[in-house]
Design a protein around this ligand. Structure first.
Ligand SMILES: NC(=O)C1=CN([C@@H]2O[C@H](COP(=O)(O)OP(=O)(O)OC[C@H]3O[C@@H](n4cnc5c(N)ncnc54)[C@H](OP(=O)(O)O)[C@@H]3O)[C@@H](O)[C@H]2O)C=CC1
Ligand SMILES: O=C(O)C1=N[C@H](C(=O)O)C[C@H](O)C1
Length: 261
């Protein structure tokens, strides 16, 4: 059995994860962490478990092999340090990190096993690999645009997935994404520059997560698309990463490593 702590336990992903862990044959829910001041502290974490929601991070980490974390950037960075201190592997699904946040997580990954991915689904990670290949096969006659759509509650843009897809496209082209990225156009922008990778974000309703990578040239367009219609795809991926991480050498891994893609 792998002992799993879920942080962000009352969130959309936290609740999805708890349901899947409770039903899993080789995973055991040992803790459910929330931020201090959460009105849900002390409540049961979900149906089928007697684990209660706590804000005591040290106690929650004790007894866990791995913590799964879909929260917010500041919370994930703080937890990366604590989890490394006590040797609990850390699965990070949170998105919206700054460069400084990513550096702090990378530092924690030198003394802990971390899996971090802006999208834990099998489908998106396959799409990442396809995007790299298609971008490598096409020249700059093909303009690359990444278009994503999410629910009205999402706080970061572009999505973590869109950035993964943009990185893959840039790698395929042999360029650095930071040098070619166009984020959000408004007003008199001028004509599109060749070689740029554009991002566009839609927010509305209850859209779970949709991503298109468009390769647009004169006379033809190719679209690679992923649609998530159930958050279960992210939860299944995160639990797979958690089981995979136990006993792995220290380092920061991705879902491409976990899935062997
Ligand atoms: N990688 C992937 O596959 C996926 C990534 N995500 C990402 O996961 C993150 C969470 O998404 P989602 O579940 O929809 O968001 P929610 O807002 O529903 O959940 C976030 C949870 O984290 C809690 N939280 C905030 N700060 C802390 C803290 N310091 N300690 C413990 N818990 C904390 C929030 O509590 P409170 O509400 O009380 O503030 C809330 O319960 C986002 O960054 C999202 O982009 C989402 C889906 C898939
Ligand atoms: O916030 C979400 O909901 C999601 N976030 C991730 C992202 O930023 O890409 C993954 C998924 O699309 C859902």
């Amino acid at each position: 059995m792998t002992n799993i702590l879920v942080t962000g336990a009352t969130g959309r992903m936290g609740q999805m994860l708890i349901g899947h862990i409770v039903a899993h044959p080789t995973a055991r829910l040992t803790g459910a962490l929330e931020r201090a001041g959460s009105p849900r502290l002390g409540e049961m974490a979900g149906p089928g478990t007697d684990v209660r929601i706590t804000d005591d991070m040290a106690a929650a980490l004790h007894g866990a092999d791995v913590v799964i974390d879909f929260t917010a950037p500041a919370a994930s960075v703080a937890l990366a340090r604590h989890a490394a201190d006590v040797g609990v592997a850390h699965i990070i699904g949170t998105t919206g990190f700054s460069e400084d946040d990513l550096a702090a997580i990378a530092a924690a990954g030198q003394r802990n096993t971390i899996v971090r991915a802006g999208n834990m689904s099998l489908g998106v990670n396959l799409l990442v690999q396809l995007t790299r290949k298609v971008a490598a096969a096409l020249d700059e006659e093909y303009d690359i645009e990444v278009i994503e759509a999410h629910h009205r509650h999402k706080v970061d843009a572009p999505s973590g997935t869109a950035l993964m897809l943009g990185e893959a496209a840039a790698e395929g082209r042999g360029v650095a994404l930071a040098d070619v990225s166009d984020r959000g156009r408004d007003g008199i922008t001028g004509a599109r520059e060749r070689g740029r990778i554009g991002f566009a974000a839609i927010r509305g309703g209850d859209i779970i997560g949709e991503h298109d990578v468009l390769f647009a040239a004169d006379g033809e367009r190719i679209t690679l698309r992923h649609v998530a219609s159930d958050r279960a795809v992210f939860a299944r991926g995160a639990i797979r990463a958690a089981l995979w991480s136990v006993g792995k050498p220290h380092g920061e891994y991705s879902m491409i490593d976990v899935l062997g893609l």
